[in-house]
Design a protein around this ligand. Structure first.
Ligand SMILES: Nc1ncnc2c1ncn2[C@@H]1O[C@H](COP(=O)(O)OP(=O)(O)OP(=O)(O)O)[C@@H](O)[C@H]1O
Ligand SMILES: [Mg+2]
Length: 213
């Protein structure tokens, strides 16, 4: 069965779709059989997938579906049989749809931009994950080059005993540039810093696969 990873965060614009696409393409570039599911009615990844279809050989093979909420569990179950990893992008604000994705996940990644407002918004997401008894890992996203803010947030997360993924993503235009082309950073700029970060995050996520940790 596949390792099912949902990306969830109530806060809009936290980086859910970017993280889901980055993770899926990084695993795919490693040769894993990956399915990416867009469970957000905004259909951000469905749009990304359209660009991807025209991206040519740089795009690694990736299963993609955008099922509506009630069909999500059956779709995940079906894809989990034929893939190594299933990555789910979820909507902000819509707890019912997000809950369905969280329930089906082995691991829920919670992207967090290092700001107090984002930290506060995350609390509802973590409650949802706890209610569903799922494993959560906070992924710092858009971390500014100046390390002070990161240190403060990390200290706060540790104080609250929240599970933090050690590597995170910096605030880098490479992520948006790759996304616009329907690619992940490991495909559009494999030797860049963003791609290094993507591989480090993918390795840290893979280490949390049930049976591994
Ligand atoms: N690490 C990053 N560096 C630079 N820009 C980023 C990074 N992560 C995300 N972004 C940008 O932030 C914006 C929001 O990202 P994204 O759409 O992934 O968030 P989201 O959580 O999926 O939003 P929504 O809640 O609307 O679904 C986008 O413009 C994206 O390009
Ligand atoms: Mg999104």
């Amino acid at each position: 069965m596949a390792f099912v990873v949902a990306v969830a965060q109530r806060k809009g614009g936290a980086g859910k779709s970017t993280v889901a696409a980055t993770l899926a393409t990084t695993f795919a570039a490693q040769g894993q059989r990956v399915a990416l599911l867009d469970a957000d009615p905004q259909q951000t990844l469905a749009r990304w997938q359209q660009e991807r279809a025209a991206a040519g050989s740089r795009a690694h093979p990736l299963g993609f579906e955008a099922p509506s909420g009630w069909r999500l569990p059956a779709t995940i179950e079906r894809l989990a049989r034929t893939h190594d990893v299933v990555v789910l992008d979820t909507p902000p604000h819509a707890d019912t749809d997000a809950r369905i994705a969280i329930r089906a996940a082995d691991l829920v990644l919670v992207p967090l931009q290092p700001s107090p407002a984002d930290l506060w918004a995350m609390e509802g997401t973590l409650e949802l994950i706890a209610e569903e008894k799922r494993r959560a890992a906070v992924l710092l996203n858009r971390v500014p080059a100046n390390g002070r803010l990161r240190e403060e947030i990390v200290r706060e997360l540790l104080r609250r005993k929240l599970p933090l993924l050690e590597p995170g993503f910096g605030n880098r235009t490479a992520f948006a540039a790759a996304f616009a082309k329907g690619l992940g950073v490991v495909e559009s700029a494999p030797r860049g810093t963003a791609a290094d970060e993507a591989r480090a995050v993918a390795d840290a996520v893979a280490a949390l696969r049930p049976g591994k940790a």
